[in-house]
Design a protein around this ligand. Structure first.
Ligand SMILES: Cc1ncc(COP(=O)(O)O)c(C=O)c1O
Length: 272
C-alpha cells in the first residue's frame, strides 16, 4: 500500500504534516467529496422537494441521487430505506421513539448489550420509562464475545426490541448481528443494529445482515459525506407511525412531507 499516494487524495493531509489517527470519531474527506459538495452549492442548491421550479427539481434529484449512493454502498434493497439524519445518535433516537410508540406496553422488555455507546442505551432507557417497560443488559464474555445462545436465552414472550452494536467502540470487538437477527426474528423481536463503527470499517450488506434498522454516521466514512443515515427494512418501515415515515425516501406511500410538490408531470426531467 502506497500511503503517500493515498494521502494525495486528502487536501487536509497535504496541507498539514500530521498522521491522523482519530477516524473512529471523524474521518478526513478526500478531494472528490469536497469538490462534489462545492459543486452542489455552486450549481444546484435550492429547497429540495418543495419548489415548482427547475433549480429546486435539480436539487431534489441531487438529494435522491445521494440516497441511492448510500443505498448501493450498503446494498439496501431500495433507496427509500435510507433515512438521512444528523448523526447515529439521532438515528437511534428516531428508532427508539417510533418503535416504542407502537410496540411497547407495561411489562415489556428491551435487550441492550453492555458494550453499547451511550447513544444506544439512553434512548432505550427513556423509552422503557415512558411505557413501563424494562431494559435488560446482555453481558459479554471476558474476550468481548456475546454467545448467540445467551441472547436467545434472555428473550422472553415480553421481549419486543433488542439494540446491539455491530462493532463496539468500547471494546473494539465485532458482534455476529446476522445470527442475532435470525434469533430475534424467530421470537418476533425487532433488532436495531448500531453500525457507527462497522460501516466505515468493514463491508456491510444490510440485506445479508437482516437487522430491522442500522444506524451509522457518514462523517466517519471517507466514502460518504452525508450527514448520517440509517437503513431500515421496508417491512418494518411500513408499520411506523407517520412521524417516522416523513424521514424516508421520496416514496409516495411513505414520504408525505417530502413529496407534495413535483414539476415532473408538467415538464420533462433534465439530466444534470
Ligand atoms: C458505536 C457508536 N455508536 C454511536 C455513536 C454516536 O455517533 P454520533 O456521534 O454519530 O451520534 C458512536 C460515536 O462514537 C459510536 O462509536
Amino acid at each position: 500500500m502506497d500511503v503517500s499516494k493515498i494521502r494525495e487524495d486528502f487536501p487536509l493531509l497535504k496541507n498539514r504534516d500530521i498522521i491522523y489517527l482519530d477516524n473512529a470519531a471523524t474521518s478526513q474527506k478526500p478531494a472528490a467529496v469536497l469538490d462534489a459538495e462545492k459543486r452542489f452549492y455552486e450549481k444546484y442548491n435550492a429547497n429540495p422537494f418543495r419548489g415548482l421550479y427547475e433549480l429546486s427539481e435539480e436539487a431534489t434529484e441531487c438529494y435522491e441521487e445521494a440516497r441511492k449512493t448510500v443505498a448501493d454502498f450498503l446494498h439496501a434493497s431500495c433507496p427509500e430505506e435510507i433515512i438521512f439524519t444528523r448523526n447515529a445518535t439521532e438515528s437511534l433516537n428516531l428508532a427508539a421513539y417510533t418503535l416504542s410508540e407502537y410496540l411497547l406496553k407495561p411489562g415489556d422488555e428491551i435487550i441492550v448489550s453492555i458494550m453499547e455507546h451511550h447513544s444506544n442505551i439512553l434512548p432505550w432507557q427513556q423509552a422503557a420509562k415512558r411505557y413501563g417497560a424494562t431494559v435488560k443488559y446482555l453481558e459479554c464474555d471476558m474476550d468481548g464475545t456475546i454467545p448467540a445462545e445467551r441472547l436467545e436465552n434472555m428473550i422472553t414472550p415480553h421481549t419486543k426490541i433488542a439494540a446491539i452494536t455491530q462493532i463496539s467502540n468500547v471494546l473494539g470487538c465485532k458482534n455476529d448481528l446476522k445470527t442475532f437477527a435470525e434469533i430475534c426474528h424467530r421470537h418476533g423481536v425487532i433488532l436495531v443494529g448500531d453500525g457507527a463503527q462497522s460501516v466505515p470499517h468493514i463491508k456491510v450488506d444490510v440485506q445479508d445482515l437482516g437487522v430491522d434498522f442500522l444506524s451509522f454516521s457518514g462523517r466517519r466514512s471517507v466514502m460518504l459525506q452525508a450527514p448520517a443515515a440509517g437503513a431500515g427494512v421496508p417491512a418494518t418501515a411500513d408499520r411506523l407511525p407517520g412521524y417516522a415515515r416523513q424521514f424516508f425516501g421520496n416514496c409516495p406511500q411513505q414520504n408525505r412531507l417530502c413529496s407534495p410538490v413535483s414539476r415532473s408531470n408538467v415538464l420533462p426531467r433534465r439530466k444534470i
